[in-house]
Structure formats: C-alpha cells, structure tokens
Design a protein around this ligand. Structure first.
Ligand SMILES: [Zn+2]
Length: 371
C-alpha cells in the first residue's frame, strides 16, 4: 500500500528502512504543505508497524489489523484533530447527539475523501479535553497491537497550555508507542516539541504526479487535470478542489470569454462581463485568471511546441483563437504580465468590477489583429 503514496519516495524509503531495521523513533513530525500525503503516510506507517501479514509488502491492507486501522476502529490507534467544542469527556465519550454526529462526520469524510477538508462551521483547535483523554489512554498499556499509534493532525493548533501538557508526555514517551505529529506550519510549533521529534519533510508534488493522480482517482479529463495540476502548486488537495465541478465550469467560462473576445459582437461581450461581475467573488476571480493564463500561454506556444500545451483536449479551439491575432507570443507575454498585476490587485482587495473590465480589455488586445 505504501506504493499508493505518490511523489514522496524519499519518505517511504526512510520509513521502510526503519521498519526493516526495527529502528523506529518514538515521535515523528511529518511536515510539508497541505494535501501532499502526510496523513495517509502516517496511517500506512502505523498499519505497517502492526500488519499481521508475513509478506514483505506491508501494510497489506487486508489483515484484521489493517482493516481496523482503515476503518479507524483499532483500539490502539489514537487520532486527534482540531474540532469545535464537542463536550468530550476524559474517557473520549461524546454525549450530545449533534456533537457526536459532527465527530463521526469528520471521521467518515477522512475515510471516504481524505483529500477534502471537513468544515466544522466555527473555530477549531486541538482541544484540551482531547489531549487529556489521550494522556489518560497512554497511561494504560497497548491492548492488542505491537505498536500503539498516535496521530495528531494539525499539531500546531494546540493552545500553549495544552501543548505543554502534551509535551510532558512526549518527554517520557510510553513504551511501544509511536506518536506522529502532522503540520503544515512547522514554525508554529514549540521548539521543545520540535526537538523531541524526528522531522520528516514532505515535498510539494510535481504537476505530473498530481495530473496522474487526478486522472486515476477521479477520471478527470486530460485538459482539466493538467490545468488543475499546474494551478495547484504542489498540493493534491488543492488540485482535487480545482478539478471539482464548480471549477470545471470556471475553465469552460475561461474558454467562453476567450471565444467571445475573439469575435466582433461587442454587445454580447459586454453583457458577459456584466454577468461575471454579479457572479464572481475574489477567490473565483483568481481562479478564472489562472485558467485564462494557462489557456493564453497554450495559444502562444501551440504553433511551435504543441507537445507542451496544457489544454490538449481543446486544440482546435486554441488554434481558432490564435488564428486572428498577430504577434501572438509578444501579446501573450503582455497579457500574462497584466495577469500577475491583477492577481496582486485581487489580493489587495481592489474592486472586482474594475479587475474584470481590465481582464476583458486585455483579452481583446490579445486576440485581435492590429492592436
Ligand atoms: Zn495487514
């Protein structure tokens, strides 16, 4: 199952070697940006340490121990994550029905869609009662597993007093227990916690790995998976979000705008800009801009480097779009520069109506001859 984790070979090699040599650290810190496989690796590592298979390919994913880990039901697998106040008792019990539903919803989402965030709806942290429950459980010995596995997600989201209570335990780790902290904000952790853990860095994923994962897991079409992989900047989670339905319509919208910019129907083009001003918030506007940049870049490189384009499912349209423009490469460069400027302005809360006007104006310059 380790082979299912893509783009982190250095981590998998390190952990596999430690397992083979039986040199397991008592505490790890898995860090790196969101959506690159830290949690899945932590889970599989815990599974591998307890897998009952005699095969060299552990975790097997099918033995009873692996099964219990995969369904989050193993009694020696303790999983902490930031939540709202669920009124959890020190025994880990949640009595209120709506709080329990939220907790179970989080776990089910983690099993079904580990690349999707579960939204609790109000502010979250790793709560003191969760850590107290953990500390209490660690007083007892492991019940059935060779190694008891503790995974703490977003470990930076503990307040200082909770972190200090946890730190005491980390200083004298219980026997046969492996604690794995996960964070994308390593600088937010107490130095005393950092010094107790073996740090393992997870790299951003390459665009080609993300593209392959999108195609394998969601059957995303090639143009969208390539675009999403480029926009996602190393995070599979971000790419999966972009490749979701809403964003696919944003890519289509980008093509529609370009198509209309290339025609001479001023009225329709103007109306489309009015419609977008109603629909787009800053985040969607940023996404539209990213899709437009990728398409414009494609139009510019298509005549000379067709093998390098991103939107390979739209070649005909790209050819059509580039046909009426002259000096495409230079105009594309100008457009991409103005995109960078507009991105900064969106982040700086400049009026979106003005931004959309500017996008529409720049696209027309790009796609028509004689400008
Ligand atoms: Zn197994």
């Amino acid at each position: 199952m380790f082979r299912q984790i893509k783009g982190q070979d250095h981590v998998i090699n390190l952990l596999s070697t430690q397992i083979a040599n039986d040199r397991i650290a008592q505490a790890y810190l898995f860090h790196g940006r969101d959506g690159v496989g830290k949690f899945t690796t932590a889970l599989y590592f815990g599974m591998a340490l307890n897998c009952l298979s005699v095969s060299e390919f552990r975790p097997c994913g099918v033995c009873s121990s692996c099964h219990k880990f995969l369904s989050f039901e193993h009694t020696d697998f303790l999983y902490l994550f930031p939540t709202t106040n669920l009124d959890m008792s020190l025994d880990g019990e949640i009595k209120k029905a709506d709080a329990l539903k939220l907790y179970q919803g989080y776990i089910q989402n983690k099993i079904d869609h580990p690349w999707q965030d579960f939204i609790f709806g109000s502010s979250i942290e790793i709560r003191k009662e969760s850590v107290m429950m953990l500390l209490k459980r660690l007083e007892l010995s492991a019940t059935e597993a060779k190694y008891r596995i503790v995974i703490i997600e977003d470990a930076d989201m503990m307040n200082p007093s909770t972190a200090n209570a946890f730190l005491k335990r980390l200083e004298e780790p219980p026997a046969n227990t492996v604690i794995i902290l996960i964070t994308e904000r390593i600088q937010a952790l107490l130095p005393t916690i950092l010094s107790r853990c073996q740090q393992v860095f997870f790299k951003p994923l390459s665009a080609s790995v993300i593209e392959q994962m999108l195609r394998e897991r969601f059957d995303t079409n090639i143009g969208l998976s390539r675009s999403a992989a480029r926009i996602a900047d190393g995070s599979f989670k971000e790419a999966a979000r972009i490749a979701g339905e809403e964003s696919d319509s944003m890519r289509e919208m980008a093509f529609t705008i370009l198509d209309m910019a290339s025609r001479n129907d001023e009225w329709a083009y103007f109306n489309l800009s009015i419609k977008l001003k109603d629909q787009l918030n800053a985040e969607l506007c940023m996404e539209l801009l990213r899709f437009l940049s990728i398409i414009v870049n494609d139009i510019a490189i298509l005549p000379h480097n067709p093998e390098l384009i991103t939107n390979i499912d739209k070649i005909e349209l790209l050819l059509d779009l580039g046909m009426n423009s002259d000096n495409v490469a230079e105009k594309a460069r100008n457009f991409l520069l103005s995109c960078e400027d507009l991105s900064r302005k969106i982040k700086g809360n400049v009026n979106l109506g003005l931004i959309i006007n500017k996008i529409f104006y720049s696209l027309r310059l790009f796609l028509r001859a004689g400008n």
